[in-house]
Design a protein around this ligand. Sequence first.
Ligand code: TMP
Ligand code: ASP
Length: 239
Amino acid sequence: MTPYRKNKLIYEGKAKKLYTIKGLKGLLIQEFKDDATAFNAQKKGKILNKGIINCGLTDYIFRYLEKKRIKTHLVKQISPTEMVIHKLKIIPIEVVVRNIAAGSLLKKTSFREGQILPKPIVEFYYKNDALGDPMISDSHALAMKLGNEKDLLTLKKLALKINSVLIPLFRKKGLKLVDFKLEFGKDKNGRIILGDEITPDTCRLWDIKTGRKLDKDVFRFDLGDVDAAYREVSERLLG
Ligand code: TMP
Ligand code: ASP
């Protein structure tokens, strides 16, 4: 029997819920949902078994990152859709890394979809639903006191390190890591740790041979069987 008993629901987001744990301070249970949203929740739906798939993928990828000496909030997976995590003070910045031009980059630059970027681009977005998560510069982040200069440098360094570990991991499974989003937080010692999830909700993944999209863009833009796309990523990584 798991010693981890859910206590209070303290947060419910679009894709996950967070609970405190009876008798354990400093740890939380992160539960993954099947719900899917896009365009700041203007589009809503469900993806079959997404909770199970995304929990399993995050557990696998975060354990892999830990082996490469990147600290994450993962303690352990305790059920098909739940994992125990370290409680972090979340930094309200979404860190996006891009290897290949796609998505919103096409609206900001002259790159065409699929163009390989000369080197990875790192971007910051202010995590704020009311504002629609706008892209921000370092100056904006500093002015809003989302972090200090050193924190921002650490976020960029960690994001690029994670990118360099994930590219070959996905490549071995026949997937191109086009771009992805990370969230970080500080632990009780003030150290910056990777939080949240790494899944087809938060990455663009294209089949290396055919270019087929195997991520949330299938849901965002109604490109085909999104349930099958998520299942395929899970089978390739974990199967
Ligand atoms: P973008 O091209 O729409 O800016 O997305 C960049 C990456 O970030 C892509 O892999 C999808 C991911 N992402 C999220 O995880 N959450 C979001 O809310 C958005 C807009 C993008
Ligand atoms: N998760 C975001 C939302 O619903 C957007 C996205 O992933 O496209 O608002």
